[in-house]
Design a protein around this ligand. Structure first.
Ligand code: ZN
Length: 497
């Protein structure tokens, strides 16, 4: 019997940083991206997928390459603080505080959990362009590793992000001509131009069109080599974006409330009792000093205690603050805003722990988890329904087209990380959570738990018919389409067909 199962020999994996699903879809439908439409979408499909919380570069790459949530991978933001390590001031140790936007960007790969494979491990030869998650890619094949720091710094100050994208286009073409079997190419300029201008400015729309032309050239090269049919082309984004009209000064608000706040770039401020570690800038982790011996920052502070301290009521009155989430003394996740409070609980059906013998406690099989959600007042997540004992997939389906897609599982997963704040804040559309020290000033935002930041395009040259897709599903799905499988490795995703 002849198998109809596809088995691609090559993958070209394109991430357009910061491309929202709705904008990408409109550009395809309006004929603005003719090459992507003809050679990818029309041969395969364009799906609306859901990214992760925080919806920001770095953490939101981990699902694609490793099939893990940021919380599972213990990288819950582009900046974080580790309360248990923060007091460890040591010549050779990191201080327990991190921003991958700075020099710590070099630590990103080392901070990923060890012993987990990435997509790079399943193919040979491979190449990587700009993407910071290059574990498994030989340094010589990380094609932009030398030029990236210079190109990004130059573009940061001159705003010439077109130049950075043009380097990606050239390297992509080179990798395709070389016959590499897995080519990962990140185009950063939609995100950076959106931050500088707005999400549909002429520069941003021009960037989409330039990427489309690059896809046309790439397909032409594959056709010439007669390898188009055996190549899976996948185009996606790590997060969406929204235009920003108001910057909320969270550190100032905490200072005013009596919780002197540590934040980038003022990370050596003395006498601080709180910290704000912002991502994207639509979300931030808040940490509160919680100890009796006066030395370290203690353990995670329960939501109930923060409520008693007056922190919650001080935060929810802030205009533009969509959600405040924390962990209850019971382990549940509590999500609060001005109009109501929701409670997420999760239990495992895995009573015999058959599959868990060699896994850390947080690595329960995703299929064995059941989620419940109840609220008082008006539902802060906007579902308006109480849920009881839903599987992870059922919660995804139920909340897919809501204002907070996959909010139940996304809030649960981020609190799995030890580096996650006592509180996690998510901004409303139009607002961000960083009012000072952002140079140049940002006019667009991502990072939040809102649909405009979480819905991402997933264009594949092979049709995917499944309607409900998470970015963590991309890793096992790509491997399955190429005849590999990930049995034996824990992942948060599953194969979608
Ligand atoms: Zn960004």
């Amino acid at each position: 019997m002849v198998s109809t199962k596809p088995c691609f020999k090559r993958v070209v994996f394109i991430i357009i940083d910061g491309a929202p699903y709705e904008i990408f879809k409109a550009l395809i439908e309006n004929g603005d991206l003719p090459n992507i439409k003809k050679h990818v979408v029309d041969r395969g499909s364009l799906n609306k997928a859901v990214s992760v919380f925080p919806s920001t570069t770095g953490p939101a790459f981990i699902p694609f390459f490793m099939g893990l949530y940021p919380g599972t991978a213990n990288i819950p933001g582009i900046r974080w603080l580790s309360k248990s390590n923060f007091h460890t001031l040591h010549r050779f140790k990191r201080p327990g505080i991190c921003s991958y936007m700075g020099l710590d960007g070099l630590h990103f790969e080392a901070d990923l959990p060890p012993d987990f494979p990435t997509l790079f491990n399943f193919f040979s030869p491979v190449s990587n362009i700009y993407n910071l998650l290059a574990r498994g890619c030989p340094p010589a094949k990380n094609l932009t590793r030398r030029i990236k720091p210079f190109a990004y710094t130059y573009a940061h100050f001159s705003h010439r992000w077109r130049f950075v994208n043009q380097i990606a286009v050239r390297q992509l073409q080179k990798a395709v001509e070389a016959g590499d079997k897995f080519i990962m190419c990140l185009f950063p300029a939609v995100d950076t131009f959106s931050h500088l201008t707005e999400i549909q400015s002429p520069q941003v729309l021009q960037t989409y069109r330039e990427i489309d032309i690059a896809i046309g050239d790439l397909v032409h090269t594959l056709q010439k080599a007669n390898t188009l049919q055996e190549t899976l082309i996948l185009i996606t984004s790590d997060h969406g974006m929204t235009d920003t009209h108001t910057h909320v000064d969270v550190p100032q608000h905490l200072d005013d409330g009596g919780w002197r706040c540590l934040h980038y770039p003022k990370v050596w401020r003395h006498g601080t009792t709180s910290a704000s570690m912002v991502s994207g800038n639509g979300m931030t982790h808040l940490y509160f000093k919680n100890n009796s011996d006066g030395k370290g920052w203690g353990e995670r502070t329960p939501f109930e205690k923060l409520h008693q301290m007056g922190v919650i009521s001080a935060l929810i009155e802030l205009e533009g603050l969509g959600l405040v989430a924390g962990q209850s003394e019971t382990g549940d996740i509590i999500v609060q805003n001005r109009i109501g409070q929701g409670r997420i609980s999760c239990r495992s059906l895995d009573t015999d722990h058959r599959n868990l013998q060699n896994m850390p406690a947080t690595f329960k099989s995703a299929d064995s988890l059941r989620f419940s959600y109840r609220f008082t007042g008006i539902d802060p997540l906007g579902y308006g329904v109480h849920y009881e004992n839903l599987s992870s997939r059922e919660t995804l389906r139920e909340t897919y087209d809501s204002p907070h897609p996959d909010g139940i599982v996304q809030l649960w997963q981020i609190f799995k990380s030890e580096r996650t704040g006592d509180l996690v804040l998510s901004a409303e559309s139009g607002y961000d959570l960083r009012a000072r020290y952002e140079i140049p000033k940002h006019h667009a935002t991502h990072g939040s738990l809102i649909a405009e930041h979480l819905h991402i395009p997933l264009a594949t040259s092979y049709p995917i018919t499944e309607k409900f897709i998470r970015s963590v599903d991309v890793f096992p799905t790509v491997l399955s389409l190429c005849g590999h499988n990930v049995a034996g490795h824990y992942i948060d995703g599953r194969v979608v067909k």
